[in-house]
Design a protein. Sequence first.
Lengths: 186, 78
Amino acid sequence: MQESILIEKGKNGDRKALSELVKLHENTVYNFAFKICRDKDKAENTMQETFLSMLKSLHTFDGNSKLSTWLYRIVVNHCLMLARKSGNNEFVEPENEDELYDNKYFSDSRMLPDKIAENNELRVILDKSISKLSPEYRAVFLLRDVEELSTEETAKVTGLSVPAVKSRLHRARAFLRNEISEALKK
Amino acid sequence: MNFAKIDCHSVMKHICESLDEGLNSEKCKEIKKHLDECEGCQNYFDSVEKTIEFYKQYEIKLPEECHKKLMVYLNLED
Ligand SMILES: [Zn+2]
């Protein structure tokens, strides 16, 4: 059944339609929550809160954006809230471009592996690298490059301006690229 | 030679800024030329693309148990 019909039915309290909507999006929501939190328990908790919030406010959903975009926003807000609560002030905001594009990074001739499949060492490095980034940068990188939202959609979800999305995206790319290359050298 | 005109630093920055647009715009010609001739920048370009690809490939499976708990939590179980 078409999503828009499920949404209409869901707004009228149709449990079967609501359950279908959850099933359609649970995998994306869980994965995206994991990508931001890098923690399976937090991802599960975020997924539960996201869908609870969807059930509570589905009647306000106007269909101007995609339901998935709407869900991404709830996930981002929840994860930012968790990060603030954690009181961790160690996150990196990669703002120093001289450092990000330091000459030492281009002389690096080592090629990165082609796939991450079955490569647990690389998975640990990916988790560690992105966990260092401040959650706002993480969200921009993941929405734009990994989930492949447009720059405008990413701006909508994060509440940032389009230029702010762009500059964060570029710096996040450079930061993650540097972290991963350096970690693989060891 | 164009090669000397532009340095690796600005190429690196440009790569990170323009991955989404590709390297096709008019102003990218010099960058492209440099990229064709400089191995360091080629590797850099490759590693930025791979970084994104790694995070794309990194998916986890929603455990059946989590799905069930979710449906109960939402009071939507069959
Ligand atoms: Zn170069």
